[in-house]
Each structure stands twice: as structure tokens, then as C-alpha cells.
Design a protein around this ligand. Structure first.
Ligand SMILES: N[C@@H](CCC(=O)N[C@@H](CS)C(=O)NCC(=O)O)C(=O)O
Length: 303
């Protein structure tokens, strides 16, 4: 079954996944979604989750890059994302890159853009985050945040100090994709803050090596084709852990705990130590199972 990645090209979390698809040399199809709401064709699949990226394989829908890369490794173990055999700690690295490192990148980019930010985008991101999008405050924070960005990037440079090609040695892995995408984000916006890390030893050559990995074999699918693919498939069997047995088959809602918290409602049909799987029915997509990571998501019995 084709790997469908609901994404848009400027999305940094999608770039993390695209590089992982490149490391694994997989074939996949990009399903481009809008950058701002409304996203009716994405929500037909996820129920409520609006963020990008989302991976779809048939009628199984995987939310959040953290879970997407885990599922890629489970389904396609060849050309591992964990060349040092340190999967746990490599996964944990996302709790740094996707939060404080990402926030520094965002602040440098949008603080640099200032009033040039499209008002519709601004309003959408205010709704997403529940925070005011204040260009003046963001501009004022740029010097501090550029310093933060440099300090984050310096950790990558430090790891490369012994001349290794990739962060865990000779072979690229998830940690390269995870550390790469924030720098890619800043560079692709030509943010003035990119100067914050350009001179750090080893960083530029490593960046070029990660970029050269590419994205695997990419094709494109329409949003309608993606919904039809879900409709025509059946979700994989899932099982619930004994510790979650009380909620097995019960109506629940799951939502992200950071931003974009719209609850996904359905029935708990699967759980592991790392994810929850929620079955739901959609008038267009049919029966789907939506998978979310446990870290940064909350599950509650439906009220
Ligand atoms: N923790 C999520 C974060 C995803 C995220 O924030 N994605 C951004 C785009 S890169 C987003 O969805 N922005 C709002 C939108 O596109 O509607 C992940 O790793 O996938």
C-alpha cells in the first residue's frame, strides 16, 4: 500500500519525515494540504487533528512526526533510522528539537518577517496556539532568540567535532533528520538569523550531507485520491495493552497537549507504550483508525 504523506513543502516537521523517507529510500506520495484552516479533506481522515504532517497507509492514519517515524521504522526496518542501536534516546531527542530548538527557529523566522506576515496566516496561528501573534514583540525577541538558536546549533557542531559524517557515526539516522529540519526551516525562509549558526565548525558540511540524502522517491496524490484510498482499505488489526483494558472499545477523545488541541473522538481499539489508536467512522473516508503518540497527547473517556 502506498505511503501517503499529508504535508506542505514549507513544513519543517514534514521535512523531518521526508529525510527519514530518504534514509530508507522509500517511495511515497505527497498529498498537499492547505497551510491554514479550513482543511476538510485532512479532517475527514483525522477527525479533528489539523497539524501537518500526517501519514496515511490505507485506512491507518498516523498523526505527528514523532509517531510517523516510529511507524516507518516498524513497517520498513531496512536502512534503519537507528544505526547506533540507540532508538529510545534517539526518539527522545525530538522532545528537544521539536520544542525549545523549534521555538527558537520560529521566533527568528517570524521576528525577522515582522509585518510581512500574511494577516490570514497570523489569525490562523493565533487560533492554533491560543497566543497573540505580535510582530513587534517577536521582532524585539530576535537578538535573544538568535543567541538561543546558535546555542542549540552549537550542540550539533560539538557532536561533529571528531570529524564523523553523521551525528551517530558513518550512517545517517533519525537524529540527523531531527537536528537538520530546524536549520533547514531557518535557511529556507532566508531568515536573517541564519547567520547565527553559519560559522559553526562542521555544521555546513554536515547539513549538505543530510540534504544530499534526499527524500526517497516522491510522487503526488490528490486529497480526493487519499480519501478514496482510506475508503477502499481496512485498518490494520490493533490490540489494547492490559493496563488500558478498562477503556478498550470505549468512546474516548485524544488531543495534543501543546497546540492544535481539537479532540479526536472515537473508540479506543489499540494502545502500546508509545501510542493510542482510535477507530472512527467518516462519511467520506469510511472506517479509519487514527494513531497518535502518547507523549504530548492526552486521552480521556468521552463525556
Ligand atoms: N509535534 C508535531 C508538530 C506539528 C506542527 O506543528 N506542524 C506545523 C507545520 S510544520 C503545523 O501543523 N502548523 C499548523 C498547520 O499547518 O495547520 C509533529 O511533530 O508533527
Amino acid at each position: 500500500m502506498t505511503i501517503l504523506l499529508h504535508q506542505y513543502d514549507s513544513s519543517p516537521f514534514s521535512e523531518k519525515v521526508r529525510i527519514c523517507l530518504g534514509i530508507k529510500q522509500l517511495s511515497w506520495a505527497a498529498v498537499d494540504q492547505p497551510v491554514i484552516m479550513p482543511k476538510p479533506d485532512l479532517l475527514a481522515l483525522t477527525g479533528a487533528y489539523r497539524r501537518i504532517p500526517v501519514m496515511q497507509i490505507g485506512a491507518d492514519i498516523y498523526c505527528d512526526s514523532v509517531l510517523i517515524v516510529r511507524e516507518l521504522e516498524r513497517r520498513f526496518p531496512e536502512r534503519t533510522l537507528f544505526p547506533s542501536g540507540t532508538a529510545g534516546i534517539d526518539h527522545a531527542l525530538a522532545q528537544w528539537t521539536d520544542r525549545s530548538f523549534f521555538q527558537a527557529a520560529v521566533a527568528v523566522i517570524f521576528g525577522g518577517l515582522g509585518d510581512a506576515v500574511d494577516p490570514a496566516f497570523k489569525k490562523d496561528r493565533e487560533q492554533l496556539s491560543g497566543q497573540p501573534f505580535d510582530p513587534a514583540a517577536m521582532r524585539a525577541a530576535v537578538p535573544h532568540m538568535a543567541g538561543q538558536l546558535r546555542a542549540h546549533a552549537a550542540l550539533i557542531s560539538e557532536q561533529l567535532a571528531d570529524g564523523r559524517a553523521f551525528l551517530s557515526g558513518d550512517q545517517p539516522g533519525l537524529i540527523d533528520a531531527t537536528c537538520y529540519y530546524n536549520l533547514w526551516f531557518v535557511r529556507s525562509f532566508h531568515a536573517p538569523g541564519a547567520a547565527a549558526f553559519e560559522d559553526l565548525p562542521g555544521l555546513g558540511a554536515w547539513y549538505d550531507r543530510v540534504r544530499a540524502i534526499g527524500h526517497g522517491t516522491r510522487s503526488a496524490a490528490t486529497r480526493e485520491e487519499a480519501i478514496a484510498a482510506a475508503h477502499d482499505a481496512s485498518p490494520d488489526e490493533a490490540t489494547v495493552l492490559p493496563e488500558d483494558a478498562a477503556l478498550a472499545g470505549a468512546p474516548v477523545s485524544v488531543s495534543a497537549t501543546d497546540y492544535g488541541r481539537d479532540p479526536i473522538r472515537g473508540t479506543l481499539v489499540g494502545s502500546t507504550l508509545h501510542q493510542w489508536s482510535i477507530a472512527r467512522e467518516d462519511s467520506r473516508a469510511g472506517a479509519v483508525v487514527v494513531h497518535v503518540p502518547r507523549l504530548t497527547f492526552a486521552l480521556a473517556p468521552a463525556t
